[in-house]
Each structure stands twice: as C-alpha cells, then as structure tokens.
Design a protein around this ligand. Structure first.
Ligand SMILES: [Zn+2]
Length: 294
C-alpha cells in the first residue's frame, strides 16, 4: 500500500491531473512557434499567402534557411512508386516545397492499398495512382509542378528521367526495378534514396555515385539474394510505411539542401515490434558490377 502511494500518481492517472500531457496540441500553441511571431502564422493560409509564410518553419532552421528553401524550390525529384512508401514521400516533398516532382507508377488504386497508401483515398479506388497522387499534391501545395508517368519507366526513358533528376527516391516494391533504378543512378551520377518495408521491419539507405566511397544498392543485394517477397503475401503494418517513407523524404531534403550527413555507407534498419533501430555499415563490394569500376 505504501509502495502504491509513493509511485507517481501521474503515471496511474494520466488523464486526471495532467491534462497537458495528454493534449499537447490543444493548449500549447507555443510548442510550434519557438519565439517567432511572423504575421499570418496564426491566420489561415490561402489566397493571400506568401511563399515565405508557407515555409517559415524551414527557413528558421540554420541548415535550410532561405537559401536551402530556394534550392528545394529549384529541385526536381523523381519518385518511383506511389504505394505505401511513395505516399508519405510524395506528401512530405510536396508540403516541404520541392519544386518539381516526377511521379512514376503504372498501378491503379485498390481497396487493399488504402490501409497504408495514404496519398490515395477511398474515392480513388480504380484510378491510376499517379492521378490520385497528383490531386493530393495539388491540394497540399499548388506550387509544386508535377509530371507523371502511368506506365513502367524503363530503358532509355528511365535513364533520361534519372539523369534529369536531382535526387531519385526508390519507393517501389520489386528487386528488378530497384536494380534498374540503381544502375541508372550510377550511370548518370544521381543520388538515390532507397527504402523498404515489410511486416514490422524497414530499412533505409542513401547511395551517392558522386562520392567515390559510396556503395550502391547492388553492394547491399546481389542477384542471388534478391528473392523478392511481395507484401501482398506477407503483410505490413500501416504506419511503418510512414516511418520509413518519412526518413526517405528527410534524406531527400538533406541531399538537396546539403544539410547534415546523409545515410551514405550506412543502412538503418527498424524492427517496429521492439521499436529498435540498428545501423549497419555498408562498404563498396569488391567486384560490384555497378559501382566497383568507379
Ligand atoms: Zn555497388
């Protein structure tokens, strides 16, 4: 009984005597506004908004600032796959002000996608994913220019699109496409942000052919180990895609703005069942058919 009495009452009754803990967003507007008081920040964004206002929380960051935001506005990102990973990537890159998004996905929206593919809605079932995503992006940020391809991007066209992009985000779901994207990135010298998620596990890495020490996707997986398991057979927990896709979006923004240290030569892996992150070092593989000769 004494032990009960000495334990923290807040832990046992979180809702009773500490409403602030349960409702951080309700009565603490200051959390989102660290000492900044720009006009319009508390009003509705809309017809009269300025670009500065929309990106105010980015511009405040020392690593982004107005220069970084201008770089984002001038950037072109190729996003391959508009499924569970591509959804948050597309939405965050759009809201963050990446100037041009090139979307590639030849699939259409199915009911079983909606559990995790949050760029699409119930009314989009049966539509091309690129069309559905384009509408969501326009709603989030009409300043973003969107180009889309609702067919499989391959061969010379893949190479050309990869070459035109500042960053390529691999959000696809099969090894064949992943290998093709990796090879195209290496041929054109375009950085690649790679992510994958299945069941309760995800992983992310960045491969940057502009850096002599950077491994590539083929250093991580060779043909023999590429036994693609589709998540249609094994399942995946919905918000895991949001976590992994958000990390991919963050790495993309870092590559464009030059902020921080990208995930080059490192693979971060998440086990969401235990909420455990691990970081693995990845080196260039000797004799890698894609990157070893560089
Ligand atoms: Zn390699």
């Amino acid at each position: 009984m004494d032990e009960e009495a000495t334990s923290d009452p807040g832990v046992n009754d979180p809702g009773v005597n500490d409403p602030g803990v349960d409702e951080p967003g309700v009565d603490d507007p200051g959390v989102d506004e660290p000492g900044v008081d720009e006009p319009g920040a508390t009003g509705e964004a809309g017809a009269g908004e300025t670009v500065d206002e929309r990106y105010a929380r980015h511009v405040l960051l020392a690593q982004i600032g107005p220069e970084g935001q201008a770089r984002l506005a001038a950037a072109r990102v190729l996003l391959i796959g508009l499924g569970g990973l591509g959804s948050p990537v597309a939405m965050y890159l759009a809201s963050a002000g990446v100037g041009e998004l090139v979307l590639s996905d030849y699939d259409f929206v199915e009911l079983s996608n909606l559990q995790r593919q949050i760029v699409h809605g119930t009314g989009d079932v049966g539509r091309d994913k690129v069309d559905s995503a384009r509408e969501t992006i326009a709603r989030l940020n009409p300043d973003v220019r969107v180009a889309s391809m609702s067919y499989e991007l391959e061969g010379e066209e893949l190479l050309a699109e990869v070459g035109r992009a500042d960053v390529v985000v691999d959000a696809c779901d099969n090894f064949e496409t992943r290998f093709a994207i990796n090879a195209a990135c290496w041929r054109t010298g375009t950085p690649l942000v790679s992510g994958a998620a299945m069941r309760w596990e995800g992983q992310i890495s960045v491969f940057d052919p502009r850096r002599a020490d950077s491994p590539c996707y083929r250093c991580l997986y060779d043909d023999a180990s590429a036994e693609g398991e589709a998540c249609s057979r094994v399942g995946v927990v919905a918000p895991l895609l949001g976590i992994v896709g958000s990390v991919q979006a963050t790495e993309t923004l870092k590559l464009i703005t030059g902020a921080g240290e990208p995930l080059v030569g490192r693979v971060v892996a998440l086990d969401a069942l235990y909420m455990e992150w691990r970081e693995l070092r990845l080196r260039k593989r000797e004799g890698c058919p894609v990157c070893a000769s560089r």
